[in-house]
Design a protein around this ligand. Structure first.
Ligand code: HEC
Length: 279
């Protein structure tokens, strides 16, 4: 606000105001503004224009009103041909910048990068950059997560979510690995290394054979075991019978009733209790 006032009220009245604003924190009750006149020795006596606040002078209010009208009028807010206004900042994104963001891949492989990698090549990448966490066979070292095995465990009390047991699409595995792995050095793999190491993990999960080469061209050959394990949220139909058409909205809880006291059953020894409730 003070900047508007600055524009509107060049001169002393504004100086008083901005000085007070800067030097006196306004308390929640607005006290600061009032008392500052007395407590701040640097605040000069307000000129007639300043008394009552530069904010409130008639001329100031009139000017603010005019500016508000101009700012909100359609002619000012939009250019003549109804195009959004140009603010004269920023620039069009370059093709390289867009490519950096545009990394999504569809389940059918559309959007996958150029490149290729074999299971054999992937074994080298995996042993060098992944196995010390995920295990030579994908079993997971220590408490690092497994990337293989675990098929058929999802509905058990100890589900193991791995590439073979959990991931629904190759694009999910590829995208996850591309963004997040190797852990601590994410996004350091070349596209070829990425294709290769994903191919190797597929092989660890018996999804492709030892000779497989992964690329855009072979993408569609990969069928993930859990691809049908995901379904659209069906709670609107599947759980409808649990829904209450007329839920309680007021006074829904019956009042609490005290049925026993800790002191009575001796779980909380309470020697100081003068009422003698405890034993
Ligand atoms: C320093 C240890 C470490 C290294 C090295 C590492 N990862 Fe991981 N990885 C993790 C952790 C931790 C997670 C789980 C992260 C989470 O859940 O947020 C994970 C998760 C994964 C998953 C998903 C796990 C699943 O099956 O649900 C895949 C796939 C994976 N990593 C692949 C790789 C590949 C490929 C490499 C090598 C290029 C690699 N990781 C290197 C620690 C590591």
């Amino acid at each position: 606000m003070s900047r508007w006032i600055k524009v509107l009220q060049r001169g002393r009245a504004f100086l008083h105001l901005s000085h007070r604003e800067r030097s006196t924190p306004v308390s929640a009750s607005g006290e600061g503004l009032q008392s500052s006149r007395f407590t701040n020795p640097l605040t000069p006596t307000l000129s007639p224009q300043g008394r009552g606040g530069a904010l409130c002078s008639r001329r100031g209010l009139g000017l603010i009103a005019i500016i508000l009208v101009v700012l909100t009028s359609p002619t000012f807010a939009q250019s003549k041909n109804d195009q959004p206004r140009q603010y004269g900042i920023g620039r069009a994104a370059t093709a390289a910048e867009i490519a950096g963001w545009d990394i999504d891949i569809r389940p059918d492989g559309q959007g996958a990068p150029e490149g290729r990698g074999s299971v054999k090549e992937g074994e080298k990448v995996y042993m060098g950059k992944c196995a010390f966490c995920h295990g030579e066979f994908g079993e997971g070292v220590g408490r690092w997560p497994a990337v293989a095995q675990g098929q058929g465990t999802l509905a058990t009390p100890t589900p193991a979510k791995t590439v073979g047991s959990y991931f629904p699409y190759l694009s999910s595995v590829f995208d996850y690995t591309r963004r997040a792995m190797p852990f601590g050095d994410a996004q350091s793999l070349s596209n070829d290394e990425l294709y290769a190491v994903v191919a190797y993990m597929l092989n660890l999960n018996d999804i492709v054979d030892d000779k497989f080469v992964l690329s855009k061209e072979t993408w569609a050959q990969v069928k993930m075991p859990n691809r049908d394990g995901f379904f659209d949220d069906d709670r609107e139909t599947a759980e409808k019978k649990f829904w209450n058409d007329r839920p309680c909205m007021t006074n829904c809880r019956s009042p609490a009733r005290i049925t026993g006291r800790a002191g009575n059953v001796d779980v909380t020894p309470d020697k100081q209790n003068p009422s003698g409730e405890s034993k």
